[in-house]
Design a protein around this ligand. Structure first.
Ligand SMILES: [Zn+2]
Ligand SMILES: [Zn+2]
Length: 255
C-alpha cells in the first residue's frame, strides 16, 4: 500500500510559453493548482474539477490560463473557482485582467448551475499556514520584482515561486527538517547574470551560491527555465552536481 496519498503532477515546468513547453503549473490531487500557466491543454474538460488556484504572484506566465479556465467551465461547474494569493496579486488580477476591458469580472458573475459567484478571491499572508482538503500550505516570502510567495506543501515539498536569492527561503529549508524536495526557479544561464538580477530570478551562477547555504540533505529540482536557454542551463547545472534534477511536464510525485 502506498502510504503517500497525495500527488503533485507537473503540468507546466518552464518560465515561458514555447513549442512543447509551458509556463508554471502544478496540479495537486486533481482539484488544486499552484499557479495557472498551463491547465486547459493537459486537462481538457477535467479542468472543471479545479476548485482552488494558489498563486505565487501576478506575472502573466503564472496566471495565463485563469481567464480561459473560467470561461470554458462556467456552464459545467457547480462550485466557485477560488483564487488564493497575496492581496497584491489578487488586486492585480482584478485591476488588469478581470476588469471588463480585458476580460469579464467573473467575481461578479454567477455560475449557471448554482447561485454562487464564478470566482472567489481569498487573500493569504506570508507564513500563515492554511489547509485545503487536508493538505497544509505554508506561504514563504521570496525575492522577486513583485510581491511573491513560495509554498511549502505538507512540510514535505517547498516551491520557490519566482525568486532570486532569498534568505527566508533558504532558512526555511534549513529549519523545517521534514522538507524532502525543493523546487527552485533557475531561469537563466550564468552569462545572463545581469538580466537575472534585474528580473529577480536565479541564474545558474546565483543558484550555485544559494544552494551552498542549504545545510540539509534535500532533493533539488530546477524549474522555470527560459526555453531558449534550457540546454545551456542543464549543462551548467550538471557541472555543479549530477544529483540536481530538472522538473519536466508530466512528472508526478507522491507525498
Ligand atoms: Zn515566471
Ligand atoms: Zn515572475
Amino acid at each position: 500500500m502506498n502510504l503517500k496519498q497525495n500527488k503533485i503532477h507537473i503540468l507546466g515546468a518552464y518560465g515561458s510559453k514555447f513549442r512543447n513547453m509551458n509556463p508554471t503549473c502544478f496540479l495537486i490531487n486533481d482539484s488544486i493548482c499552484i499557479d495557472a500557466g498551463n491547465i486547459l491543454a493537459p486537462l481538457g474538460e477535467k479542468a472543471k474539477n479545479i476548485h482552488y488556484i494558489l498563486l505565487t504572484h501576478s506575472h502573466l506566465d503564472h496566471i495565463l490560463d485563469i481567464p480561459f479556465l473560467i470561461d470554458n467551465t462556467l456552464s459545467l461547474r457547480d462550485f466557485s473557482l477560488n483564487l488564493i494569493g497575496l492581496e497584491e496579486t489578487l488586486n492585480d488580477i482584478k485591476s488588469y485582467i478581470m476588469n471588463w476591458d480585458i476580460w469579464p469580472d467573473f467575481s461578479a458573475i454567477k455560475l449557471l448551475k448554482k447561485d454562487e459567484y464564478a470566482v472567489n478571491l481569498k487573500n493569504i499572508n506570508y507564513s500563515e499556514i492554511f489547509e485545503i482538503n487536508g493538505i497544509r500550505f505554508q506561504p514563504v516570502k521570496v525575492n522577486h520584482t513583485v510581491p511573491t510567495t513560495g509554498y511549502i506543501i505538507n512540510e514535505k515539498i517547498i516551491i520557490s515561486g519566482d525568486t532570486t536569492n532569498s534568505e527566508e527561503f533558504i532558512n526555511t529549508i534549513n529549519k523545517i527538517k521534514t522538507i524532502e524536495k525543493v523546487f527552485i526557479d533557475v531561469s537563466f544561464p550564468s552569462n545572463m547574470e545581469e538580466i537575472a538580477k534585474v528580473s529577480k530570478h536565479h541564474s545558474v551562477k546565483s543558484f550555485k551560491e544559494e544552494i551552498k547555504k542549504i545545510k540539509r540533505d534535500v532533493e533539488i529540482y530546477v524549474y522555470h527555465m527560459k526555453p531558449l536557454f534550457i540546454e545551456q542551463i542543464i549543462e551548467e547545472v550538471n557541472q555543479i552536481s549530477k544529483d540536481i534534477k530538472f522538473l519536466k511536464e508530466g512528472d508526478v510525485f507522491y507525498f
